[in-house]
Ligand binder design. Structure first.
Ligand SMILES: Nc1nc2c(ncn2[C@@H]2O[C@H](COP(=O)(O)OP(=O)(O)OP(=O)(O)O)[C@@H](O)[C@H]2O)c(=O)[nH]1
Ligand SMILES: [Mg+2]
Length: 199
């Protein structure tokens, strides 16, 4: 299985990497900001946003989280976003190195469907560069910006982005904090479930 998590047996510690992926302005940084704000203070480290221009991420956002001890192993997460603008493909690939779980944040705006598809294809290509695939990586879909009047119907987005894979999907209004935690909990669950297969 093309699945690699870093286990430090001496410290009984497991570090998993979760990356928020998707087209530019879909709400990846917003998800991370909300998660950081809502998580118990003692479980998270400082959030770093490396290079931004207005709303746009130019490198990545990051923070670490300690989710506690599961089956005798301390689980630590590294949470990242990628820059969604097409130009930053090399940075996205770099951030995906060693990824265990992906939250694909799609923009529900009807006019962004092509961008969603392109970003999914880009994710597929970047995973392939590490010998991984969409089928063997833990992936959760998030349909963000459900508050927009121009939001496409969920069934339509499912047909476009999720017809073959049947990933778990969540509707969200990240800017209002809606749907952020359920999405996160699911991707964490999927990552930990794959850990069980490993051991
Ligand atoms: N209407 C609406 N706006 C949102 C929602 N979530 C995020 N936004 C707004 O969309 C804009 C872009 O959000 P970001 O989180 O910066 O987007 P991003 O995916 O990190 O963008 P890049 O860094 O360029 O890849 C911001 O102005 C957010 O406030 C939402 O659910 N509804
Ligand atoms: Mg961003």
């Amino acid at each position: 299985m093309d699945f690699k998590m870093v286990i430090d047996f001496a410290r009984r510690e497991l570090v998993c990497k979760i990356v928020y992926y998707g087209p530019t302005m879909s709400g990846k940084t917003t998800n991370l900001t909300v998660l950081h704000r809502k998580a118990p203070k003692e479980t998270v480290g400082r959030m770093t946003s490396l290079a931004t221009y207005g709303d746009r991420t130019l490198f990545f956002d990051f923070f670490p989280m300690d989710v506690g001890v599961v089956n005798g192993l301390r689980i630590k997460l590294q949470l990242y976003t990628v820059p969604g603008q097409p130009f930053y493909v090399a940075t996205r690939r770099l951030v995906l190195n060693g990824v265990d779980g992906v939250v694909f944040v799609a923009d529900s705006d009807m006019r962004r469907m092509k961008d969603n598809l392109e970003s999914l294809r880009d994710l597929q290509e970047n995973l392939a560069s590490y010998g991984k695939s969409l089928d063997t990586t833990a992936i959760v879909l998030q349909y963000n910006k459900r508050d927009l009047p121009s939001a496409a119907p969920v069934e339509y987005m499912d047909r476009l982005l999720n017809v073959t894979r049947n990933w778990c999907s969540f509707e969200s209004v990240a800017v209002a904090g809606v749907g952020v935690l359920p999405t996160f909990k699911k991707v964490l669950e999927e990552v930990l479930q794959r850990l069980k297969w490993q051991t």
